[in-house]
Design a protein around this ligand. Sequence first.
Ligand code: IPE
Ligand code: IPE
Ligand code: MG
Length: 253
Amino acid sequence: MNSSPSVSNPVELDPTKLPAHVAIIMDGNGRWAKKRLLNRINGHEKGSETVRAVVRTCREIGIPYLTLYAFSTENWQRPKTEVEALMTLLKNFLLSEQKELLENNIRLRVIGQVERLPAKVQQALRETMTATENNTAMTLILALSYGGRAEIIRMVQEVALRVKREEVDPQAITAELIAEHLYTRDIPDPDLLIRTSGEMRISNFLLWQIAYSEIFVTPTLWPDFSREELLEILKDYQSRERRFGRVDSQSVK
Ligand code: IPE
Ligand code: IPE
Ligand code: MG
């Protein structure tokens, strides 16, 4: 897909009201394949093309942070063949996208239990993260073997250790201190959380960080999700009033 934004962008977005961070639960690859009597793996392959299109679109319109939920801590319980296929797809995606990330000044980061991933995936991640570490136009964050509860447990363990060492007074534990011990340490909280495939649930994604995210659930299956639909969702986001617990006359943005 090589469409120029001016031609294929019928949605007028307000450049001053773009979300700084969009997070996406990419769901529905299996159902997309099933509908076509294909293997679930074919759905994941098709889904990786959507990833490409969505990364490009976010980069073009100037979204600073994009987080994609690609594999959860619970997804390890899927059949071994599916997990292996997903890992191979991920490794190939990282290798094939490196050039595009470099050309577009996109930095890659990962959140999750990286140490549980196969060595080849870890290596591809390290290579791509190192190659792109000085890029500044956008940060693409892949959530891999990611679980919100596991992230919170890890944070509590780190903070408890600091308390035990008497580096931190329990009274000095603030929201800021907690945030510093999460994988997302220097990343702003998502302004917009999108889930494809219609399920009205969070599935253990960014539990702490989505406290005030605007949520958008679309019935579209991830492989069918498009640039056009993303632009429509961003338009909808711009029409919302974010109150953060205050009353409307005080609302932020
Ligand atoms: C999302 O699609 C991809 C991953 C969770 C890895 P699914 O594989 O969950 O697809 P459905 O939900 O079964 O349709
Ligand atoms: C959420 O999708 C995880 C990812 C998109 C990586 P799932 O398909 O695993 O979630 P559930 O099982 O429907 O909650
Ligand atoms: Mg699913």
